[in-house]
Design a binder for this molecule. Structure first.
Ligand code: NDP
Length: 328
């Protein structure tokens, strides 16, 4: 019997889950839930109901796992605990500093409802978290490095859009190639924020806006840009839509360590991702963990987990025997 998936929230990730369900023959999409007027939300797959989020409890016994696709800033801290009491859930919560707090809230709710949950699934957190863990347990003496990009940072793009005189903007985070090479050499360099990434901004101004002032405000913005070498390009709205409409991203997790009497043997573990579509990749990961959470729930697991707590074989539709014959 196929796994019945619910999508909660229909933005970039919601759309991505539709593709992921199609790509996994053991899954079917049961319903899409939205806080907006369902008649106004057009989904891609035919024959799947779009339902008001207010009616979600009525679907309690018709969905095996709910994939939460809300935003990390304000949606998921509220939605995941609420839904974890009713459904097995997975989410992509990516505010790293608040993961412990989010975990506790979801854990309490899931245990109360007798359900299983996996939070912070995606690429970072998610695949990168696994890469960091494997790096740390294998090279116990060493250093961790994470580089992001080249890719669009939604948070930094939003920060530019809030500046007076800015009509629209896209910001790319770009890893510094020489820093990457230094890390890959095994020399374990100490790198400052500025040495690891640069920031490239493409900005559309309002009519009559002061370009020099906008550029200054971007480059001196604390936390977002002040600690980086930032380039600002002013372009037309047409050019922004034509050349900067994509959602590509990626990055590198590198663990550099050494073994031997005098630590003379250097080892470098590198995990990298190059993603044409950040949301479509993220939802491909969410789908695999959706399968895992359903299986874990069937085996009696209750409460919250992260990707670090899930045995890898649970992610695959194949049997243990099939996996041993093909992937071990
Ligand atoms: P979106 O802004 O596209 O969607 C978030 C929510 O906004 C949706 O669930 C939807 O809820 C609502 N929404 C979407 N479109 C509209 C619209 N046109 N009008 C009104 N409301 C709308 O966010 P993303 O899907 O791009 O990303 C969601 C989160 O995923 C991000 O906040 C990010 O933190 C996380 N993420 C995590 C990654 C990881 O590696 N762990 C990677 C990528 C993203 P509703 O249908 O209820 O209105």
């Amino acid at each position: 019997m196929s796994i019945k998936i619910g999508i909660f929230g229909y933005g970039n990730l919601g759309r991505g889950v539709e593709y992921a369900v199609e790509a996994n023959p053991d899954m079917e999409l049961a319903a899409v839930f939205t806080r907006r007027d369902p008649s106004q939300v057009k989904i891609r797959l035919a024959g799947v109901p779009v339902v008001s989020a207010a009616d979600v409890a009525q679907w309690k016994d018709k969905i095996d796992v709910m994939i939460l696709c809300g935003g990390s800033a304000t949606d998921l801290p509220e939605q995941t605990p609420k839904l974890a009491e009713l459904f097995n859930v997975v989410d992509s919560f990516d505010t790293h500093a608040n993961i412990p707090q989010h975990f506790d809230a979801v854990d309490a709710a899931a245990k109360k409802g007798g359900k299983a949950a996996i939070i912070s699934v995606g690429w970072d957190p998610g695949m990168f978290s696994l890469a960091r863990l494997y790096g740390n347990v294998i090279l116990t003496e060493g250093k961790d490095y994470t580089f992001w990009g080249k890719g669009v940072s939604q948070g930094h793009s939003d920060a530019i859009r809030r500046i007076k005189g800015v009509k629209n903007a896209k910001q790319y985070t770009v890893p510094v190639e020489s820093a990457l090479e230094a890390v890959r050499s095994g020399s374990q360099p100490e790198l400052t924020t500025r040495q690891k990434h640069t920031r490239e901004c493409y900005v559309v101004l309002e009519d009559g806006a002061d370009a020099a002032q906008v550029e200054k405000e971007i480059k001196t913005m604390p936390n977002y840009f002040a600690d980086y070498d930032t380039t600002v390009h002013f372009i037309s709205e047409e050019e922004l839509l034509k050349n900067h409409g994509g959602l590509a991203h990626g990055g590198f997790v590198i663990r550099s360590g050494a073994t031997g009497n005098n630590k003379e043997h250097k080892h470098v573990i590198e995990f990298s991702l190059k993603l044409d579509s950040n949301p479509e990749f993220t939802t491909s990961v969410l789908a695999a963990y959706a399968r895992a959470v359903v299986r874990l729930a069937k085996h009696g697991k209750k409460g919250c987990m992260t990707v670090l707590d899930v045995p890898p074989a649970y992610l695959s539709p194949k049997t243990g025997e099939e996996l041993r014959a093909s992937l071990v």
